[in-house]
Design a protein around this ligand. Sequence first.
Ligand code: NDP
Length: 483
Amino acid sequence: MLQLLNLIGSELKPANDGEWLDQIEPATGEITGRLPRSKASDVDQAYAAAAQAFPTWSTTPVEGRAACLRKLAQLISHNSAQLAEAESRDNGKPISLAQSVDIPRAEQNLAFFASAIEQFPSEAHIPAGPSHINYTHRKPIGVVGCISPWNLPLYLFTWKIAPALAAGNCVIAKPSEITPVTAWMLSQWVLEAGFPPGVLNIVHGLGPEVGQAIVSHPSIKAISFTGGTVTGAHIARTAGPMFKKMSLELGGKNPAIIFADCDFEKALQTTIRSSFANQGQICLCSSRILIEDSIYDRFRDALIEKVGRMQPNDPMIPGTKMGAVVSLAHRDKIMEHIQSAQAEGATLLCGGSIADAPNARCEGGYFVQPTVFEDAGPECRINQEEVFGPVITLQRFHTENEAVQLANSSPFGLACTIWTQHIGKAHRVAAGVESGIAWINCWLVRDLRTPFGGVKDSGVGREGGWNALQFFTEPQNVCVSIT
Ligand code: NDP
């Protein structure tokens, strides 16, 4: 049995009051370890360690900070096989996905922000015939909180801590209690990477307990959060009146817009991937597939033919494409959405049930069949609420305007994909869709320099590149007389 510990200052330790939470492998339903159930007193200790480390870390030259990030990236790379296996066990995702996406990206996040901080520019404003020069001094904020979800555990954990640390802040980070193992592995290498004690603290536990303690701590000055919209709204209500800086990356109900003039095969293959990758548990997954009327039947039939053959399998088997969903509670939530869609009159085209265990090892695991509905109107719950599982709907449109209208008919605005060979149309549709990200004839292509985030109920703020470094710094305008 694994026993996870908090990293506070230079110590790996259990929660102060000695309480533990079970850690469960979703593919088997078995308890495989335990993690600290930390509370406010653990956050207070982490804060004290971080506040003590801040004066030195915030004045460490960027090259020194970058070196620590690069070393941690290297340690991830050296341990990538163990990390991928742990991520797959902890989350239920196919091991091939953890190997090819999650762990390489965690390494890239750290390496990217090591380089980014070395290139991060400041602005100067120099009038003609100058008597004064203004320049922007970007200072680290202080001690900041980073809270990440379970769907891409180490990937999103490092995406948050890397810019925070690079910019000179000290961090209190909380991974999801559902998938804490890779953050725990990382915590064992933080000091080896050269980070002084207290610069990065990792505190495990429940969102409403330890997460809440971070968000409501009077001296933690910024919160970077990725998770569900309801949790995001709660965090905003807590941190807003305390005037904390906040970056909230929340849920999605992303449309894939398929025009008749698309590259049919590419649109089909990619839409299947964008709908069901990681069992549909990526905030960027497509869940509303909007198809132009003239190809609707052909696209639907081809999609059903392929999806109908997809079956979840043991995530630890190398060729597995679909694994387990993350927890029993989450499986039940997905099944409730499926039942509610049927009650609302949606037609089930394939899936719709809990999937059989793929082998004896996975007898107690949480598997859901990939599920496709049609005939659900845009106002139906299944087209309005995020399921965050392997469940999609198909809807028909006749005109470009109707496609945009349907795309915008959910409260979310994170991402969309647009499939057409007509670049002018693609550009018009992208401009019309209310989303922070639009992919034209592709999906999940990420350049870490680009702004990442959503509009409407999908969040506030942007991550990535300069956006993240700007978020994690406080700009001070300095005006100098030169007469
Ligand atoms: P949750 O909102 O339930 O949890 C996210 C994190 O917040 C977890 O670490 C959780 O802890 C913690 N948390 C829960 N309650 C509180 C609280 N009161 N105060 C502080 N922290 C709290 O999201 P999920 O983990 O279920 O993740 C899935 C969601 O994340 C989906 O909605 C998905 O769309 C979204 N997401 C958004 C992305 C984006 O970039 N926009 C990317 C990836 C996912 P605990 O686990 O202990 O409850």
